[in-house]
Write a protein that binds this ligand. Structure first.
Ligand code: HEC
Length: 168
């Protein structure tokens, strides 16, 4: 009788251990929400291939216009980096405020999508560009690069949030 109960207890213990091991194995890995660099962020996007971006509703003509605007933004950023590398801070500042700052055109563009979040991100971006233009005038390269990084963070956060409905 004693032998049987000992065997039963043993089976019980083995069973218990087996299920608890399984549980720990099955526990999903905690995803890190803070990504430290662009490389990590891109790897994250590729790994999950999830597209949670909000699709903006717009006419094909407007979509084309928006992309043109965007390509001009890249050109502006490229020119700014070029100017900064040559210590031409006034030129970098002028270009930043005229091409990326909050002009009336940009204001109108940002509010024309009938989307508050988009408008908020858009205006935030243009305001950061204006702040950056002022920082360039201090002629401090490190501060200038820091300001450029902040402005470009606005590009990235909008791109992570929105897409054109038409393209995909
Ligand atoms: C307020 C939102 C917003 C901000 C800020 C923003 N973008 Fe965009 N951008 C978009 C959207 C939306 C698209 C379309 C993406 C899609 O449909 O996949 C886009 C597309 C682009 C494209 C693709 C153009 C093409 O021809 O396909 C480039 C390049 C680009 N953005 C550069 C920039 C740069 C550089 C900045 C900052 C200096 C910036 N964008 C800031 C919203 C934004």
């Amino acid at each position: 009788m004693k032998k049987y109960s000992a065997i039963l207890i043993l089976i019980f213990i083995i069973g218990f251990l087996a299920t608890s091991c399984k549980k720990t194995k099955q526990q999903p890995k905690k995803e890190t929400t803070t990504m430290h660099n662009a490389n990590q962020m891109m790897m994250h996007n590729m790994k999950f291939e999830k597209d949670n971006r909000i699709a903006l509703d717009m006419s094909p003509q407007k979509a084309k216009h928006q992309l043109m605007n965007m390509r001009n933004h890249v050109i502006a950023v490229q020119s700014i980096i070029d100017y900064l590398s040559k210590d031409q801070y006034e030129k970098a500042s002028k270009l930043a405020s005229s091409k990326l700052g909050l002009t009336n055109d940009m204001k109108m563009m940002c509010s024309s999508f009938n989307n508050q979040k988009f408008e908020q991100l858009g205006l935030g971006f243009h305001n950061n560009a204006d702040k950056m233009a002022k920082i360039f005038l201090t002629k401090d390269k490190n501060k200038s690069l820091e300001a450029l990084a902040i402005t470009m963070k606005s590009c990235v956060s909008c791109h992570n949030t929105f897409k054109q409905k038409i393209s995909h």
